[in-house]
Design a protein around this ligand. Sequence first.
Ligand code: TXA
Ligand code: MG
Length: 340
Amino acid sequence: VTETQYWKITNPQDLKHIQQASELIKKGEVVAFPTETVYGLGADACNPEAVSKIFEAKGRPSDNPLIAHVATREQLEKYVQEIPEVADLLLDHFTPGPITLILESNQTLAKNVTAGLSTVGIRIPNHPIALALLEACNLPLAAPSANRSGKPSPTTANHVYEDLNGRIAGLLDGGPTSVGVESTVIDCTAEIPVILRPGGITKEEIEKVIGPVMMDPGLADELHKPKSPGMKYTHYAPEVPLFLVNGDVHVMQEHIKKYEQKGHKLAVIVSKEYAAQLDATDMKVVGSRFDLEEVARHLYDALRYYKEQEYDLILCEAFPNEGVGYAIMNRLTKAATKQI
Ligand code: TXA
Ligand code: MG
């Protein structure tokens, strides 16, 4: 057990606490910090002992590589062999921002960051605290999402505290994150770039800039092995079993009635449009069906909200599979025990 230092940052220009956090990182400790997507758990990506503390704190399998975070493009260039043209365009258009590029590594980073792969996932986050921390320590930071392995990613400091208090050296609280789902992971080493994990930047947005890209077949069916090692593990699992409900609001109402009659302690995660028409005791609204960014922002908090002491089943609305809805449905499908 470690004592976890906690700092609330109201003004990212006030560098005092960020400096303290960076001192811990330079000493080889791990510190959680906000990014625009989800909270990350950061350590010096050049120090293998520091990096191994991340795996330990999260309970993460060591064959699952971490994303390296850097503040600038110049810094990014230090850790890759080359920047292919598509990567160059993606960097120009989307960074800093919620996108992670898979590039050939020049093997400068600690081996356990990339889990021994020849490639590295690298990103420039768009969050003032993340950027200030990266600048203060002047190091690349290996940082997976700051949750215990298997749980939904944290979108508030409170989620991080719940999972990792006493297991990490520090926690920078910058309030709730703005995107709410993780970065889009795109492999830029293939002839045609491949999206390995849908996320904050959509396929449509990417294709406007670099032309056609592929979705990793492993995302759509169980037969193909996903190319991104992390996508094969159980993920985003709420404490309470979740059924993903396909169908309109009337279908949802029927399921609610059915499971309530069976005596289930039922919770429901829905859009405000569904909520307005439903008759149910315990509903959590995640936003509008017509504003999927809003749904993405509130999704993980809803998945973490219901505790097993009080509930035994969550019914969750299925959202349109378009734009950021693709990332939402990817996560919900993984979080769900089954689809009904
Ligand atoms: O938004 C995000 O990306 C957040 C914030 C903290 O930056 N980070 C995050 O990291 O989600 P993590 O470790 O939870 O997810 C990283 C994903 C995993 O699925 C991992 O397998 C994949 O990226 N990945 C990392 N390096 C890779 C590589 N070289 N090749 C293929 N997949 C890679
Ligand atoms: Mg994660």
